[in-house]
Design a protein around this ligand. Structure first.
Ligand code: RB5
Length: 144
């Protein structure tokens, strides 16, 4: 799968861990920066990753900032993006199962590398359950 990944400085270290793990698992990783620990603005990187996914250059996207909050807000402003902030196993599974999330956001200062890898794998492995109820709600999101 083609997976785009981006972060600000608060997520830079975790982005590196995730990108390496995804590549080891055989994914085609598109790293959109940031490329170092210097302070940058998370909206720039959330937008960049979201546009890569919305434009069809990647199948899914992962964004990381200090908490995952700011960068998820940025990603969700791009039409066609459903970016879920993930902070537990349940949220990782339901992001796919209920919301058909095409992106997730993680917190580099709030999440261990082990948790981030596990949540990413759970999100990727869980299919959208579909069904009239969830299809209808995702369609309503897509109209916004
Ligand atoms: C940057 O210091 C921090 O505000 C950012 O990484 C993020 O946590 C914002 O939501």
């Amino acid at each position: 799968m083609r997976i785009a990944i981006a972060s600000d400085h608060g997520g830079f270290e975790l982005k590196g861990v995730l990108a390496a793990q995804l590549a080891r698992s055989g994914h085609d990783v598109i790293d959109l920066g940031t490329d170092g620990p210097d302070s940058v603005d998370y909206p720039v990187y959330g937008k960049k990753c979201a546009e890569c996914v919305a434009g069809g250059d990647a199948d899914k996207g992962i964004v990381v900032c200090g908490t995952g909050i700011g960068i998820s807000i940025a990603a969700n402003k791009v039409r066609g993006i459903r970016c879920a902030l993930v902070a537990s196993d349940t949220m990782a599974e339901l992001a796919s199962d209920h919301n058909d999330a095409n992106m997730i956001a993680l917190g580099g200062r709030t999440t261990s590398a082990e948790e981030a890898v596990r949540w990413t794998e759970l999100w990727l492995a869980t299919p959208f359950s579909g069904g009239e109820r969830h299809e209808r709600r995702v369609a309503l999101l897509n109209e916004m």
